[in-house]
Design a protein around this ligand. Structure first.
Ligand code: ADE
Length: 242
């Protein structure tokens, strides 16, 4: 089984490759090949019996769609796990909390002038759903570890949201729990190409006036929370004999 692990920023995928003595558990992958393609670096690696392709895409919907499509079409990945951070929209979400997407939508996709709902394009869908099997595996990891995994709607757009009013609009319009800048574009690619996928985010900020400061402060910590959970999922996938 070949699995794509992707994030948007270098900080989001670094924990998988970290050599830090203080965090030996984070030295997860045995790298064996680095390939540059389309302006990104793809690390081919091994985790137990699983073949891994690890990359960060750069921020936003376009770069993340390119990376997801490349991992599937060029590298032959049969499953994609996205790891990274998000801004909280739901008031109960705190910094460091884990959110697994149960639906993803694009909050900045707008052809409402033609009478369509926000987030919709003809022949597309407003909400895309990740693999139920992967969500089930995630629940098992959370139960095994005794940690809380929240499930929610993730809204994606090409904007860093640092404004309480805008955040409220996204919450009200899409019933969103968290916001970020890549999940729904990756979801569109995987859904279109019939590749099971899963999007996990650890909260880095509350998408309010302090968001940029909090993001800088908590990006690394929350990235580690998310990547550690992904490793738990890989262990389960590996054991299940895939
Ligand atoms: N990723 C993490 N925090 C975010 C925010 N406030 N807006 C958009 N993407 C984010």
């Amino acid at each position: 089984m070949k699995i794509a692990i992707m994030g948007a920023m270098v900080e989001e995928v670094d924990p998988f490759l970290s050599e830090s003595e203080h965090e030996p558990l984070l030295k997860y992958f045995k790298k064996h090949n680095d390939i540059e393609y389309g302006g990104n670096l793809y690390h081919e690696a091994k985790y137990r019996d699983l073949d891994i392709v690890l990359a960060y895409s750069k921020i936003g919907k376009v770069y993340s769609a390119l990376t997801a499509a490349t991992m599937i079409e060029k590298f032959g990945c049969e499953m994609l796990l996205f790891t990274g951070v998000a801004g909280a929209v739901a008031p109960d979400l705190k910094i460091g909390d884990l959110v697994a997407a149960i639906q993803l939508c694009q909050h900045d996709l707008d052809i409402t002038a033609f009478g369509h709902p926000h987030g919709y394009v003809p022949e597309g869908k407003v909400y895309i759903e990740p693999s139920k099997e992967l969500l089930h595996i995630a629940k098992e990891v959370a139960d095994d570890r005794g940690i809380e995994l929240k499930k929610g709607i993730i809204a994606t757009g090409d904007q860093f949201i640092a404004d309480a009013k805008k955040k409220r609009w996204i919450a009200d319009t899409f019933d969103a729990d968290a916001i970020e800048m890549e999940g729904a574009s990756v979801a569109v690619v995987c859904d279109s190409l019939n590749v099971p996928f899963f999007v996990l985010r650890a909260i880095s900020d509350a998408a309010d006036m302090d968001a940029a400061f909090d993001f800088d402060e908590f990006l690394k910590h929350s990235s580690k929370v998310s990547s550690s959970f992904i490793i738990g999922m890989l262990e389960k996938i590996s054991k299940s004999g895939n």
